[in-house]
Ligand binder design. Sequence first.
Ligand code: CO8
Length: 639
Amino acid sequence: MEIKTVGVCGCGMMGSGIAQMAAEGGFTVIVREPTQELIDKGLERIRSFMAKGVEKGKLTPARRDEVWARIKGTTNLADLANCDLVIEAITEISDAKKALFAELDQVCKPETILATNTSSFRVADMAAATKRPKLFAGLHYFFPPVVNKLLEVIRTDETDPQVVDLLLNFARVTGKLPIRVLDSPGFAVNRYFIAWYNEGMRMLDEGVANIPTIDAAACEAFGVGMGPFRFVNMSGVFLAYHACESLHESLGEFYKPATTLRETCEKNGLWDESGQVDESRKQAVADRFVAVVCGVAANLVKEGVATVEDVDRGATTGLRWAKGPFAMMNELGLKKALKLMQPIAAKYPGFIPNLLKKQAASGKPWTLRDVRLSIDGAIAYITLSRPEALNALNGKVFNELKDAFAQVRANRAVRVVILTGEGNAFVAGADIKEMQVRAAKPAGIRTFTKFGQGVLHDMETLPQPIIAAINGFALGGGLELALACDIRIASSEARLGFPEVGLGILPGLGGTQRAPRLAGCGAAAELIFTGDLISAEEAARVGLVNRVVAPARLMETARKLAERIASRGPIAVAQAKAAILATQQLPLAKGMAFELDCTSKVMATPDRAEGMQAFIEKRKPVFTGQEPQTRVPRRRAKN
Ligand code: CO8
């Protein structure tokens, strides 16, 4: 399965943005509207959006032309027949969406993946209109899709996991920060966002505070520019009411729309935002907002809708809140957060899930990881996931990396690791802001750098090979991290370099040592002394990366390579890795002796016997990675 051509049904505000993002990601895009007038209007929307991008200097004219050339419009649904993925972005009317999917199911090739951009209907209900529920998922974009980086990738109980992976990759390549979400009412983000604005309106119903106070308290507590009343006034009262009512129907009383929301919608009116902020009431209002959002977030995790990290990313990326609900709870203290929720739980029993009570009772904060480890068969994926800082390496990230590699080392089922970054960077270096603080104490930075070097040493000496899938910027400590891997594959969009001298420091995580060994002293010196960034192609030319691939093919290329390595004898691969590393430390004669030891070790393994026997029997070997049995010398019986 591979996505090359993308169909988009509907070229309105959402569809046009989705089409543009897909084309920017390098995909061929066919947008479909039922009439020529609508398709012309939709294409014009994309054209003028890109023209503004050129005016603002965000897009070069050449890039605009390249992207534009990938987009075609049609009124004929049959033109989407050979698309690998079709995304529906038509009006939010359930029957219209189902009818479209039933038709797409007939028209499209059997392997086409279908996705809905619905924000209010169950994805499984849409999938039921087709005969391909395994190839059906939700792709919930946030407005405006060209600007907002969040994308909820929604799986139903039937969605094939491979389809989810393909869509996650599609999301990344099209510049999105995807979160994995289970199909459920409101998905992840709308569950707490709708609760947020509805609670603001309930507080008005109850006379807790006036509109300016509620909006001001929300802005301060969540670090946003608009409180619920301003937001709903601007985005549409009708939409806000119906989204809330839809959750009320599926999730019960907690989501019953506030009276003022219902009445304002019925009157087709807006709220008057004028008036004075009552400072004395702001804290109580803020506490209630925080309690509602955090309670809903904990329920989402309890129900398996999303992880704590993804719930928080939804808030910070999709809603631009300063912190996600779990980070807020950690800052507040879980016991205090629980206390704030008690009045809500008194009204809505079951509001506080046991998961939250248990976590609070443990006395520990929520674990929010910036390094994700996932294991798929013999392949471990380690993803640096701190995209808001381009995955910069701080103390927390280094600790989590160390922990992830230790887990891989202890897991004999893992035979290869793929290391990559979330968002548009692999890693943009060590965290400069944190280093500036640490450098105030010279001993502190030395200890920290030594610790970082130790983590890279752990990687180098890991028995399993590591493939760096360089998806974007690999700078300074980020390039050094990649150089500590065994194999580097780079996306053609990646930029690499050692900008350290521009900061008045030098590459201190092995850059001055590993880069010359790979690229030679001349090329490494030029890179390090100038601090210039180079393209992936140039990095390949000087030997810093093994090969360069199109962004959409990066993860697939890394996975295929990992699968090939994983099918070989794991002890042989591990010993070969150790022997290759030895070339950097030993003169030839000693290196040969080291290699001899490695060879002797593998000769004694069951895998050697199996590999050779399989060759003789003309079959595929089955390697187990079992160590040779060490013979216990028999004691001679004393007579
Ligand atoms: N450290 C901390 N934050 C960073 C880093 C970094 N290395 N790189 C990016 N960020 C943050 C930015 O501050 C910004 O945050 P905010 O939105 O809060 O301001 C966010 O990531 C996005 O970055 P930009 O807005 O700058 O994104 P652009 O697309 O405009 O630019 C660049 C991308 C060109 C990559 C730019 O971010 C940049 O130049 N980054 C710094 C690159 C660099 O100098 N790296 C080397 C760091 S030093 C190092 O790695 C030394 C290693 C050895 C030391 C050993 C100690 C362990």
